[in-house]
Write a protein that binds this ligand. Structure first.
Ligand SMILES: C[S@@+](CC[C@H](N)C(=O)[O-])C[C@H]1O[C@@H](n2cnc3c(N)ncnc32)[C@H](O)[C@@H]1O
Length: 233
């Protein structure tokens, strides 16, 4: 099965759960975005791998307009049903965005890079579509620096969700930023405690697959999210 097919299958089956999780996280995400991303109020913003619109909805009151790009129609449908007037959803593949160079003031991605086989293409596309002087926001779970610990974490995550590709370590992300000449303005790390059973439910992980994932699960799972604010030179 291709990664796109795995992504469509996983998120079509669990669209309602992702939408509900987004609602539970919305207030905290909105206040973090307000603090982390300096905005003037009239920007054209982009959210790639938007799901049901978590980042797009958090940006919406702070900017002029947000475009949300997402692969899975079932998520787009749920996002559109709740979208503020200045958020529009587009179906597309985030490794090849259908936008002209420099067409956004702000471009970001939240919790999505680890679903893409070639995350370097996403960072390159975010850079290409952001105007010089504009802002790029990258937020995703980061892998432990210890390669063996990272290997184990990814083995568990792939068993839980076949659309998981790989979480990158902080150093890998910084290399991708540097390769695109992005200037790192700020980085923050946020720890997130994950209860195993609800986390397996969120991915629709059942039956034998669930047993395999449980066998690989960390004893006490605390994920670390990296938040990176970058300027496109
Ligand atoms: C874990 S979800 C995060 C969704 C949302 N950003 C959030 O924080 O709630 C990852 C999202 O990336 C999307 N995605 C993965 N690969 C993609 C691709 N190649 N093009 C567009 N979207 C993609 C998935 O469909 C899914 O909605």
């Amino acid at each position: 099965m291709s990664t796109h097919d795995a992504t469509r299958a996983r998120f079509a089956a669990t669209a309602d759960r992702l939408a509900a999780l987004q609602e539970r996280r919305a207030d905290e995400l909105a206040s973090r975005i307000r603090e982390f991303v300096p905005l003037a109020g009239d920007e054209r913003a982009l959210d790639v791998g938007a799901g049901t619109g978590a980042l797009a909805f958090a940006l919406a009151p702070l900017v002029g307009e947000v475009v949300a790009v997402e692969l899975v129609p079932e998520l787009i449908e749920r996002g559109r049903a709740k979208a503020p007037a200045n958020v529009s959803f587009v179906e597309g593949d985030i490794v090849k965005l259908d936008f002209a160079r420099a067409s956004f003031d702000v471009a970001g991605t939240l919790r999505t890079l680890h679903h893409v086989p070639r995350p370097e293409l996403v960072i390159a596309e975010l850079t290409r579509v952001t105007r010089p002087g504009g802002t790029v926001l990258v937020v995703d779970q980061i892998a432990p620096n210890d390669p063996l610990a990272a290997f184990d974490l990814n083995a568990f995550e792939r068993a839980r969700d076949p659309s998981h590709t790989r979480t990158l370590a902080d150093v890998d992300l910084r290399q991708l930023f540097e390769a695109n000449s992005l200037v790192l303005l700020k980085a923050e790390f946020v720890r997130e405690q994950r209860e195993l059973e609800p986390y397996l439910d969120l991915a629709g992980c059942k039956g034998e697959q669930r047993e395999q994932a449980k066998a690989l699960a960390p004893a006490d799972y605390t994920a670390e999210l990296g938040w990176y604010l970058l300027r496109r030179p």
